[in-house]
Ligand binder design. Structure first.
Ligand code: PA5
Length: 431
């Protein structure tokens, strides 16, 4: 079993969901028959079984070329054009990947995910003396944040490499429209396609996520294999046997009981950006028409020392979804100290992963005792296969969950409001 969902601390028995079972099954049918709102954006459901093999090979070739030509890759994108790759690279590479990179490894940096002048200046100064390539990613090809970052770093590449700069730029965008597509065609950049029927936050398993991952040395074949296994598993029509459907139904039930915040919790900082990816997935898919659970993240035990009090003892309007990795790939053991001045000898011989597990068990029980329902999503180890599986699990659950709420999971009309105001303030023509 790649993933287990333990809902015993959120629900007494699965029969308690009988009153919404029909709604969950109807949402599954709507998604699978492509009969709901936003049905033109369901390409991700079949992607792991049916992806463009030619594009996949080009991704691997490009990754090889980038590694050969550069010390660093700058990934430019925002939202769904950035968080999937960031999540995978954080989860699957060394915590200090850029500092540890050997001569064959690429350092990976991100830009275009904010408008901070200090971030861009610092990054510019860091990259100006390194050989680097750019993967600029924007499905629409018109998003302001990545467009600004790309203008700045494209100029730097052109200063450094002249006409050869275009050989270091890889654009991932719509197959025919948008400013980035036009620019790529005119300048002759190598391009990768974000399929028409896959929206930004569901695009991690397309070139959007896969090219940066391949550049970071992640096994993208295994990632797709994991997602494929999940696609098969969560096509199960039996409500009680389909964990993606059960997860969607339990969140819906908890929401009806007044729980309007879901906190995704992990016990390893490698999963911090996975939580950020999940926040965007659920937040942007569900938060519309005055509905939706507010998705938040906790990185434990770090945040137990900041948010722990609120979770244990504050308003009882939240539940937790803990993502747990059962097996550690590396570990260290606490040694005996002769003087024991720090009083830690009671831990001697124990591994850090055992201690972290006890922190989880203690916290889990404390929060449940404090009337915080807890869901547990457990995978065996943090590798490309399991992460591909996890990406797909949450995407499928999110589709089900949004349809259960009665909202379109695949649009984001609310995001336009800030842009319109900003453009007006900046004097953009037409605003
Ligand atoms: O999920 C989405 O569609 C959005 O979050 C987009 O990914 C984000 O706004 C970036 O858009 P684009 O890839 O068009 O630059």
């Amino acid at each position: 079993m790649t993933l287990t969902l333990d809902y015993s601390k959120a629900l007494e028995k699965v029969e308690d969901l009988a009153y919404i079972k029909h709604l969950a099954l109807a949402s599954k049918e709507i998604l699978e028959e492509k009969s709901g709102a936003g049905a033109d954006f369901l390409g991700w459901t079949k992607l792991p079984e049916d992806y463009d093999q030619e594009e996949f090979s080009r991704i691997k070739e490009a990754a090889k070329k980038i590694k050969g030509q550069s010390q660093a890759l700058l990934v430019i994108g925002i939202g769904g054009s950035y968080l999937g790759a960031k999540a995978a690279i954080s989860a699957l590479t060394n915590n200090f990947h850029n500092e540890m990179s050997g001569s064959d490894d690429l350092k990976i940096y991100f830009a275009g995910q904010n408008l901070s002048q200090s971030y861009l200046i610092d990054l510019y100064n860091l990259l100006k003396d390194q050989d680097f390539s750019i993967n600029v990613i924007s499905k629409s090809g018109t998003t302001t944040e990545p467009a600004i970052a790309f203008r700045i770093f494209k100029e730097l590449l052109e200063e450094k490499y002249g006409d050869q700069a275009k050989d270091r730029i890889y654009a991932t965008t719509d197959k025919e429209k948008g400013a980035l597509r036009d620019l790529a065609v005119k300048e002759g950049y190598q391009t990768f396609v974000v399929p028409d029927d896959i929206g930004g936050r569901y695009s991690v398993l397309t070139a959007v996520g896969l090219l940066p991952m391949a550049c970071a040395g992640i096994d993208i074949d295994q990632m797709m294999e994991g997602a494929k296994a999940a696609a098969l598993k969560y096509s199960n029509p039996k409500f009680e046997e389909n964990d993606a459907l059960l997860y969607a139904a339990i969140r819906n039930a908890l929401n009806r009981q007044g729980k309007d915040i879901e906190l995704m919790v992990s016990y390893t900082p490698e999963l911090f950006y996975f939580s950020q990816w999940w926040i965007q997935l659920f937040g942007e898919s569900e938060g519309k028409d005055g509905k939706g659970l507010f998705p938040a993240a906790g990185s434990f035990t770090t945040d137990l020392h900041s948010m722990g009090q609120m979770i244990q003892d504050g308003r009882r309007n939240l539940f937790e979804t803990v993502v747990l990795v059962s097996k550690a790939d590396k570990d260290l053991t606490i040694k005996e100290d002769q003087d024991n001045l720090d009083g830690l000898n009671y831990l001697a011989g124990k591994t850090l992963s055992e201690i972290n597990k006890k922190a989880f068990e203690g916290t889990y029980q404390a929060h449940v005792d404090g009337r915080v329902p807890n869901l547990l999503v457990e995978i065996e180890r943090l590798d490309a296969y399991n992460l591909g599986y996890l990406f797909y699990f949450f995407q499928k659950a999110c589709g089900y969950s949004a349809y259960m709420l009665g909202v379109n999971p695949f649009n984001q009309p609310g995001v336009e409001k800030y842009k319109a105001n900003m453009f007006k303030l900046l004097g953009k023509p037409g605003y």
